[in-house]
Design a binder for this molecule. Structure first.
Ligand code: FAD
Length: 519
C-alpha cells in the first residue's frame, strides 16, 4: 500500500481546496430557480402545477386569508412581497412544477404552525412545509395560491441531555450546526448528508436523509426517538419517547419520518446521540473500471469489515471535483473508492485490512498521509453535485440496489449513457448500494433534455430490475411520483392513500407530492 496520496495532491499555489461551507448555496439555489425558466421547460416539466392542486384565490378571499393569518401571527411572519415570496417557490430539483404561493409563513414557534394550519383548513388552502429548500425532488415546491409554512426560523436547540444521550431540537437548525452543538458536549449525531451545511433537521426528517456515514451508522430514522407534529387540523401530536426502549402503540414516529410533509409539520424532534466519533483514518483506491470498484465494495462487506464511510466517484465526477477544488485528483482513473474507519487505535489496521481486500480486487491503494489529504478527499466527495452544476444542467438520480448488484448498476448506467449519447457522472454511497448517477446536459437543447429525462427513467427502471428502490435518500417528491406505484404496487399505494386520508382528510398538506390521491 502506498502511504501517501502522491497521485492526489493540491495544485501548488491554488490556495487550497474551497471548503463546502465557503460555497454559497444561495447562489446555486438561485441558479436552480433560473434554470427552471429555460426555454422548453413547460414541455419537459414532470407534471404541471395543476397536478399539485391549488389555484389563486380571488382578491376577496386573498384579503380574508391574509387577515386571518395576521390575527395570530406577527406581521413579519407573513411574507407576501412578490420578490421575497419568489425565493420560497422551489427546492433544488429540476423539472418540477412550482406555483406562486399566496403567502409564506415564517413560523418561529409551534403555535405559529398551528395557526397557519387552522387558517389553511378553514379556507381549504394547500400548505407546503419547507425547511431549507435543498431537496432534490421538488417535494418542497410551492403550490399556486397556497401557503408555504417554513420552519427555517425555528432554530433553537432546546435541550441536550448528556446522561441520556439525546438532543431536543427545533426543525430549522441546520444539520451541521446540530452536529457541532452536540460535538461540543462530546457527543455525535451521525446522519450527515453532503448538504449538511445548508439543509435543516426538519427537511432531514421529512426525507429521512442519508449521508456519508450511513454504511456504519444508518440513516436519520435510526436516530429519531420522538416528534412533535402539527396535524392538518392544527392539533399537536406527540409521538415516541425519551427512553432507549419503548414499544407502546404503533410506531407513529417512523410514519412521519420520510413522509415529505404530506402528513404533518414537524415542530420538534428528540434525536438519539452517540459518544463522540474518533478521528477517522482515510484511504482511497483507484480502479481501471467501475465494475472492479463495485466488486471491491461487495468483497469488503462480505469480508465482515465495517468502514464508517465507503464512497465511490467515477472519472467524470473526479474531474469535476478536481476543477472545482482547484486540486489535482486522479481523474484518469475510471473510478475511485474512498473509505474511512473511525475505530480509534484500531482504525489504521482496519483501513489497511480493507486496503488489502480492495487491492485483491485490482485497486491501487493509497492512504491519506495526514489530515489535509484526508480532508481534501472528503471535500472532493462532498462537492460533486456543486462541481457538476458548473458544467451544465444536472439531473441527479438516487437509486439504491443490494450491494451485491452494484457492479450491474454501474455497467447499466454506462450503457444508458452510451445509448443516449449523454454524460452521466457516477458518484454515490457505494457501501450502501446508493448511487447518484447524474446527467450533465445542455438544457437549451431540446433533444439533449429529452434524452436526459429518458435516461433518468432508464436508471430507475434498472434500479428496480436489480431488486432496488427508486430513491435511497432524496425522496419521491414530484420528480418520481409516477414511479412510486411501480415500486410499492397497488395495495401499497392504496395503504399510502388511506393513511393520508386518515391524517389529512381534506388533503391540504403538500398535495400532489409523493403520490396523487386520484388515480
Ligand atoms: C449538494 C447537495 C447534496 C445533497 N446531499 C444529500 C445527501 O448526501 N443525502 C441526502 O439524503 N440528501 C442530500 N441532498 C438533498 C437534501 O439536502 C436533503 O433532502 C435534505 O434533507 C433536505 O433538507 P431541507 O431542510 O433543505 O428540506 P426541504 O428541501 O425544504 O424539504 C424537504 C422535504 O421535507 C419536508 N419538510 C421540510 N421541513 C419539514 C418539517 N418541519 N416538517 C415536515 N416536513 C418538512 C418538505 O415538505 C419536503 O417534502 C443534497 C442536496 C444538495 C443540493
Amino acid at each position: 500500500m502506498t502511504t501517501t496520496l502522491d497521485r492526489i495532491r493540491i495544485t501548488s499555489g491554488s490556495g487550497g481546496p474551497r471548503r463546502e461551507r465557503d460555497t454559497d448555496p444561495g447562489a446555486a439555489q438561485r441558479g436552480r430557480a433560473e434554470g427552471l425558466t429555460y426555454p422548453g421547460r413547460m414541455a419537459t416539466t414532470r407534471g404541471s402545477t395543476d397536478d399539485l392542486g391549488g389555484s389563486a384565490p380571488g382578491p376577496a378571499d386573498r384579503a380574508q386569508v391574509l387577515a386571518a393569518l395576521r390575527e395570530h401571527l406577527p406581521e413579519q411572519a407573513v411574507l407576501t412581497d412578490h420578490d421575497l415570496v419568489q425565493g420560497y417557490r422551489t427546492d433544488r430539483a429540476m423539472f418540477c412544477p412550482a406555483g406562486m404561493p399566496l403567502a409564506v409563513v415564517l413560523a418561529r414557534e409551534t403555535a405559529h404552525v398551528q395557526h397557519a394550519l387552522r387558517v389553511a383548513s378553514r379556507f381549504g388552502l394547500p400548505v407546503v412545509p419547507q425547511g431549507a429548500r435543498s431537496g432534490l425532488s421538488g417535494a418542497a415546491n410551492a403550490i399556486e395560491g397556497g401557503l408555504v409554512v417554513s420552519t427555517e426560523k425555528m432554530t433553537e436547540v432546546l435541550e441536550l441531555d448528556v446522561a441520556n444521550r439525546f438532543v431536543v431540537t427545533q426543525p430549522g437548525v441546520l444539520n451541521a450546526e446540530l452536529s457541532r452543538h452536540v460535538e461540543a458536549a462530546g457527543l455525535f449525531y451521525p446522519p450527515d448528508p453532503s448538504s449538511w451545511e445548508f439543509c435543516s433537521i426538519g427537511g432531514n426528517l421529512g426525507t429521512n436523509s442519508g449521508g456519508l456515514c450511513c454504511v456504519k451508522y444508518g440513516v436519520t430514522a435510526d436516530y429519531v426517538l420522538g416528534l412533535e407534529v402539527v396535524l392538518a387540523s392544527g392539533e399537536v401530536l406527540r409521538t415516541g419517547r425519551r427512553t432507549v426502549k419503548g414499544v407502546a402503540g404503533y410506531d407513529l414516529t417512523r410514519l412521519f419520518v420520510g413522509s415529505e410533509g404530506t402528513l404533518g409539520i414537524i415542530t420538534e424532534a428528540t434525536l438519539a446521540l452517540r459518544p463522540a466519533a474518533r478521528r477517522p483514518r482515510t484511504a482511497a483506491a483507484l480502479f481501471a473500471s467501475g465494475r472492479a470498484a463495485a466488486e471491491a465494495v461487495a468483497a469488503v462487506v462480505a469480508g465482515g469489515h465495517q468502514p464508517s464511510l465507503l464512497e465511490i466517484m467515477d472519472s467524470t465526477t473526479l474531474r469535476a471535483a478536481s476543477d472545482y477544488l482547484r486540486a489535482d485528483l486522479p481523474a484518469d482513473a475510471a473510478a475511485m473508492l474512498l473509505w474511512q474507519c473511525d475505530t480509534g487505535e484500531g482504525a489504521e489496521a482496519e483501513v489497511r485490512a480493507i486496503g488489502a481486500v480492495v487491492q485483491g480486487c485490482g485497486g491501487e491503494v493509497v492512504e491519506a498521509a495526514d489530515q489535509a489529504e484526508a480532508d481534501l478527499l472528503l471535500a472532493a466527495r462532498r462537492c460533486v453535485l456543486l462541481a457538476l452544476e458548473r458544467l451544465g444542467t444536472t439531473l441527479i438520480d438516487d437509486v439504491c440496489v443490494p450491494r451485491s448488484r452494484l457492479g450491474e448498476l454501474i455497467d447499466g448506467v454506462a450503457r444508458i449513457a452510451a445509448e443516449r449519447s449523454l454524460v452521466i457522472g457516477v458518484v454515490g454511497h457505494a457501501g450502501d448500494g446508493n448511487m447518484h448517477p447524474t446527467v450533465v446536459f445542455d438544457s437549451r437543447d431540446a433533444e439533449q433534455t429529452a434524452a436526459a429525462l429518458a435516461s433518468f427513467d432508464d436508471v430507475m427502471a434498472l434500479g428496480l430490475e436489480l431488486g432496488g428502490t427508486i430513491t435511497g435518500e432524496h425522496g419521491v417528491g414530484v420528480l418520481k411520483r409516477e414511479w412510486l406505484a411501480r415500486e410499492v404496487g397497488p395495495v401499497g399505494l392504496r395503504v399510502h392513500r388511506d393513511l393520508k386520508r386518515a391524517l389529512d382528510p381534506a388533503g391540504i398538506l403538500n398535495p400532489g407530492k409523493v403520490f396523487s390521491l386520484a388515480d
